[in-house]
Ligand binder design. Sequence first.
Ligand code: BDR
Ligand code: CA
Length: 353
Amino acid sequence: MAKRILLDVDTGIDDSLAILYLLASPDAELVGIAATAGNVPAPQVAANTLAILDLADADDIEVALGAAEPLAIPLRTTEDTHGPQGLGYAQLPASPRPLSDRSAAQMWVDQVRAHPGELTGLCTGPLTNLALALRLEPNLPLLLDRLVIMGGAFNHPGNTTPTNEWNIHVDPEAAKEVFDAFSAVPPGRRPVVCALDITETIEMRPDHLVALAEAARSTPPELVNEDFDTEWRSAATNPVIAYLTDAIRFYFDFHHSYDLGYLAHVHDPFAAAVALDPGLAVTKPATVDVELTGRLTRATTVADWAGMWGREPNADIVIGTEPGIFFDRMITRVGALARRLDMEHRSDMEHRR
Ligand code: BDR
Ligand code: CA
């Protein structure tokens, strides 16, 4: 049976690949998407999310707008990482579709109340709207089947400050409220946390884009590299492949500019894959808290692995995976989705002639 996923995103290049991965997965049913401010402001996140859904002919999935600002601090966005609109070099047509008339936090609450014990929550952005939802429905941790979070850095450097991961950095107060709210749940309901320790091992490279194009039967093969001009755009025959090439090439260029190699850490699609198949990940329980006051360390996630605080674990942190399995699965699924959409469009055009 397909898992029912409530997705909370700050779309974002890697968030967009996570959305496509879920849409491409027969074992996923996407029940709604919360647009959370983070990589870009919330209205732009919502617009990007609708545009990706339109690209994938998934125009029946509710998208709810989140809060404009984090709980306690001004919003910081990162267009240098994700491009001026958040989708790298790609530009998608604006969706004609309206947003939901309920807020992202209200959608979380309504959905978990309507389907108690059935939903998997998947957060790939800051935790602002989930924290707001928890204030409305404190029982939410027990109403979810499972929560999967992309966020934090434990025994690993940060990607925003020396110790901060981006999603936690944007709204540390929200992250603390979420981890605190899960402190009393039984072991089977602990959030599964995909932190930088593991997501920075998920290295997407240009040949993965070529493999995606092959799986979609898209031409021509386009092996991008660091010498490509910023003005270059994909000529792929398949619109999903053209989108991914233009979006992810920006992410490659960004990582390359920080001397990380010509690659991209695709954090969010990995978290999506774990949400659908926890067997992809080896986890270890820990008690997680978020530093809110440190002069140098504010927004750092701290894991007590050994029970030194004397508090029950409130998270299952992913400590191991096999990246090749993820990439094979992602390429098979997203490639097949891209191919199917293209074939459907071509046959529609034929019928209209
Ligand atoms: C996270 O930060 C964002 O920029 C990405 O979309 C990902 O969710 C990684 O730190
Ligand atoms: Ca994200």
